[in-house]
Structure formats: C-alpha cells, structure tokens
Design a protein around this ligand. Structure first.
Ligand code: SF4
Ligand code: SF4
Length: 302
C-alpha cells in the first residue's frame, strides 16, 4: 500500500535539539495551489495514506485543514504530526481539534520528548490528547527517546495520565548528529523498514521518511523531483529498487551481516545509524548495488 509523508513546510515554531527535519535558519514551504493539486495526483497514483509532517503543520492550519479535507474527498487516510505548542488551553485545543476532525482528519500524532518539552509544556500534550478523546479523533503520542533513564519521568507522565503512546528511537541525523550514542542492550533485531517516501516542500521525493534526506555523500534515498518525474514513476523507482526491497524484507541487520559486520558490532548501532554506515559510503554502496552482489544478497540468510 502506498503511503507518503507530506512535507508542506519545514518551518517550525520551536527549536528542538534533536530535530531531524529542520536545519539552519532557512525554511521551505510548498506553494499551496501546488499542494492542493498534488493531493489529487497522489490519489490517482493510488496513495492511500498521507502524513502531514516536516516542520510544524499547525503554523499553516488553514491550509492543512483544506489539504486534509481534500484527502477525505479522495478517500485517503490522513494524519497530522504536531508539537502541541498551540494546545495552551482546553477551549482552544478543543476548537482546533474539532476543526481538524470536521475536515476529515483520521489521526493526530502528538510529538513528545525531553527535547520537545524544553519548548512546550507537557500539559499541552495532555490537553491535545484530551481534546482528541472528547472530540472523538484518533491520536497517539510519539514518545521520542534515547532509552536512557533521563526519559523515565517523561514516560511516567504518560503512564500516569493513561495516554496512548509509542516509543520511537531518536534518529542520529540533523541536529542530533552530534549526540553521543547511548549503548543499546538488545538482542539481534531484523531492522526491516516499510520505507514510506517523504515529499519535501521543494518537491524532491526521498524513499525514506526518516533520515533519508541526510545521506549526503551518496543521496541514496533521493528518488527524484516531481518537477520532472511523475509521482507514479517515483513510487515505482522505490518499489522496484532491489536494494530497497532487501531493506524492506530482510532488514538492515541482514545487509550489515552480509557486508561483513560482526554480530557484536551490529548490536551497537541503532537502525538508522547502521543504515547510514552501510549506504552513505560511496564505495560500500557501489559494491552493494552490483548486480552479482545483489543476487547473493537477496539469497543471504543469516
Ligand atoms: S517540533 Fe519537530 S520540526 Fe519542530 S524543531 Fe521540534 S522536532 Fe523539529
Ligand atoms: S534504517 Fe534507513 S531505511 Fe530505515 S528508517 Fe532509518 S534511514 Fe530509513
């Protein structure tokens, strides 16, 4: 099923230390008429779900409401990802959540972490979640964490208020590139990725919506730009790439193992870090993309 992370604008109203989406002072915003047109084209290309993400979508709430409403008209699932800075009072929060629900939004995703909460009172997240519950809009909290004890009080807050949350590992890219790597003590995980593409405001599409745009040495995930290629062609490029399909079905861990990384080394990396190590090195990528190597890789069992 085709899904897409839609970056209407990279503009944000806060500055989180771990942000992957926004770098430097400049931001980009899509032309609204173009964004409206794109929703129709995405539907024609059989895209079934759109997640409005990138910077903070609520800065452009009128536009986002209209885009969400278009998704609804085309029968597409829609999600908005927000930092909840707007949810300062219950009344205001109810009002904005009701607007989105009436526009046809399927789900609101509330970002939450010790980095977000340096800028946004955590009670805002509580208010936004409570509005979703009262208005009848599906929500979940994306609890970004580096799995250290520093996050315990943040997790405790979510549990105390019985909020629906899902822990998401911090991505070591963008501003978080310089963060020290906390040691993970897990078993040997597959690390498969669904790889939903990300459409940036400049209409460049990347095969991965997480750290995809940060593979600057190889541009491994860059699929192309909608100015000169159709949505369907860009999706097809992603779907028919042999290496992307190995990531989807066998996982990053199997590829690292095939490339000669020792098991004890693999377990020290978080998924996206290992991915970057494998695919943001021009020599290693050239090797992994060789047809004879891909033949062996697709049959590789660890
Ligand atoms: S709210 Fe999101 S987009 Fe804005 S600075 Fe924080 S992580 Fe980046
Ligand atoms: S591991 Fe690679 S493909 Fe998977 S989410 Fe991270 S950057 Fe994307």
């Amino acid at each position: 099923m085709r899904n897409l992370a839609f970056g209407y604008s990279t503009r944000c109203n806060i500055k989180c230390d771990h942000c992957v989406a926004v770098e430097g002072g400049a931001f980009q915003t899509m032309e609204f008429a173009r964004a409206q047109e794109l929703i129709g084209h995405l539907s024609e290309a059989n895209v079934k779900g759109i997640s409005f993400t990138a910077g903070e979508p609520f800065i452009y709430l009128n536009e986002i409401n209209k885009l969400v409403s278009l998704c609804k008209q085309h029968g597409m699932y829609s999600r908005v990802v927000t930092n909840c800075l707007w949810a300062k009072t219950k009344e205001f929060s109810d009002q904005l959540v009701t607007e989105l629900k009436n526009s046809g939004l399927s789900q609101l995703r509330l970002s939450y972490s010790r980095w977000h909460q340096k800028n946004v009172d955590r009670n805002n997240v509580l208010l936004a979640a409570s509005s979703c519950q009262d208005v009848g809009l599906d929500y979940f909290i994306s609890f970004v964490t580096d799995f250290t004890a520093l996050d315990d009080p943040f997790e405790e807050f979510l549990r105390e208020h019985q909020l629906k949350f899902f822990p998401e590992p911090i991505i070591h890219a963008g501003r978080a590139n310089s963060f020290s790597n906390s040691e993970l003590l897990t078993d040997y995980q597959t690390n498969c990725c669904p790889m939903n593409p990300y459409l940036a405001p400049d209409l460049t599409m990347y095969a991965c919506c997480d750290a995809g745009a940060h593979f600057t040495k190889t541009n491994f995930f860059r699929l192309g730009n909608l100015e000169d290629t159709s949505i369907d062609q860009l999706f097809s490029l992603s779907e028919t790439s042999r290496l992307f399909n190995v990531i989807r079905h066998s996982g990053i861990t199997a590829i690292a193992s095939f490339a000669g990384y020792k098991a004890r080394e693999i377990v020290r990396y978080k998924k996206c870090q290992l991915c970057k190590k494998l695919f943001d090195s021009p020599d290693q990528l050239a090797y992994l993309q060789r047809p004879d190597i891909l033949d062996r890789l697709s049959k590789w069992v660890r």
